[in-house]
Design a protein around this ligand. Structure first.
Ligand SMILES: Cc1ncc(COP(=O)(O)O)c(C=O)c1O
Length: 407
């Protein structure tokens, strides 16, 4: 039988793990039967595992510790700010928080994080934002424009700062997700104006103690050569700052989103960081967002419309790009997993799964092989824990959802 005619089955083997797997045909996550849960909570519902977040955080920390890299993690709260999850993270005491707006700063403090455990890395920072930062002198600020350095200096002369630089190389799940590269981006200060940045800092007696870069969203093992190049480019900036003690390598570490994506090799990743920082005696900060949250959350939805249109099987669900925009914005695929399987080896079809928002780009997954779907089935969008509820909108007035911490 040639490949085209070979029967193809729904194959969850590549993403199943101890805490996320089918048991007797029902998808279990963090010890819970998601089909039973969805019946109780209704849909759309985000579900999260704090244990998975903690495991993801621990993996990064263990890798850096194994290379002897002194480090601190500042979780990028923009990825997910569900209060019970953040409360758990605060209780663990294993990381600080990176914020990018005054409201995020206020929220992190309400959760109990000390100002000294919070960093601010924002873009297009307003005077009112800076007034807020001036009231919190212990918050570490990474300035990503000359303008920010000048206006922060006017308010807080003598404050230590970080400078976000643009490493001119980026990587991510795909080309749309490079935060730096050949084409100038809005993020960070480039080499050509770095002397001016240092002069401005000196004018206001500000010590530059950190260089910061963030080079993409979802970088994986295949992208480590570019990461190494970014580290080398960051070193150019580091070596021009006499008061430097920390390199902040930002976030962007990726999780597998297709079977072709092996997990980021953290051993190699940490070794590259160690090589770039050890001889310079630098501490390392990192700001993972999605790496902690992505595979620790799922969005449960109900299928409400199954129909072939123009030769394509569409499955419409009761959530859309307003609750998870990553496919619509960046074409990064979700894993679609039925919450209940009918029979072992049941017939499969290829589906395009779409949301309930009246926009052509409201697609959640394209051409995915799934057991035949029926209306009123439930499915989970896996890898949906980051940039879902935190970025949700009320587009088409379909903004309703619930959130649940499973453990
Ligand atoms: C400065 C900075 N740090 C950290 C993050 C978190 O990135 P990620 O969720 O990809 O880890 C972002 C995301 O945009 C960012 O801009």
């Amino acid at each position: 039988m040639d490949d085209d005619r070979a029967p193809r089955n729904f194959d969850p083997a590549w993403w199943q793990r101890d805490d996320l797997q089918y048991r007797a045909g029902r998808l279990h996550f963090a010890g819970r039967d998601l089909r039973a849960l969805a019946a109780r909570t209704g849909t759309p519902a985000f579900v999260y595992s704090a244990a998975r977040v903690r495991a993801n955080l621990g993996r990064l920390q263990v890798a850096l510790a194994a290379e002897g890299v002194p480090h601190r993690v500042f979780y990028a709260i923009k990825a997910n700010r569900f209060r019970p999850l953040l409360q758990a993270m605060h209780e663990w005491g294993l990381c600080g928080i990176d914020v990018c707006s005054p409201a995020e700063l206020q929220y992190a403090m309400e959760l109990g994080f000390d100002a000294a455990d919070i960093s601010f890395t924002g873009h297009a920072v307003s005077n009112s934002d800076l007034d807020t930062l001036a009231r919190h002198p212990e918050v570490h600020v990474n300035c990503d424009a000359l303008s920010t350095i000048r206006r922060l200096g006017e308010r807080c002369p003598g404050r230590s700062i970080g400078i976000r630089v643009n490493p001119r190389v980026g990587a991510g799940y795909n080309d749309r997700l490079h935060y730096a590269g050949v084409r100038p981006s809005k993020f960070g200060i480039y080499r050509d104006r770095f002397d001016e940045a240092l002069e401005l800092a000196a004018r206001f007696r500000m010590k530059v103690t950190q260089i910061h870069f963030h080079f993409g969203y979802g970088y994986l093992t295949r992208d480590l050569p570019q990461f190494e190049e970014a580290l080398a480019n960051a070193a150019w900036f580091v070596d021009r700052c006499p008061d430097i003690d920390t390199l902040d390598v930002g976030g962007g570490m990726g999780a597998p989103i297709t079977p072709e994506h092996p997990p980021l090799d953290l051993g190699r990743w940490a070794a590259l960081i160690a090589r770039a920082t050890r001889s310079r005696n630098l501490k390392v900060h990192l700001e993972p967002g999605d790496y902690l949250m992505k595979d620790a959350g799922a969005l449960l939805c109900e299928v409400n419309t199954v129909e072939n249109k123009g030769g394509v099987n569409f499955a419409g669900v009761d959530a859309g790009l307003n609750l998870q925009n990553l496919w619509a914005y960046y074409q990064t695929p979700f894993i679609i997993a039925p919450l209940a399987l009918r029979a072992v080896g049941e017939a499969c079809e290829t589906y395009t799964v779409t949301g309930n928002i009246n926009e052509a780009i409201d697609v959640l997954a394209e051409d995915v092989l799934l057991p035949q779907l029926q209306e009123e089935d439930f499915v989970a969008l896996l890898n949906a824990g980051g940039y879902g509820s935190a970025a949700a909108s009320n587009h088409c007035m379909r903004g309703g959802f619930t959130e649940h911490l499973l453990d």
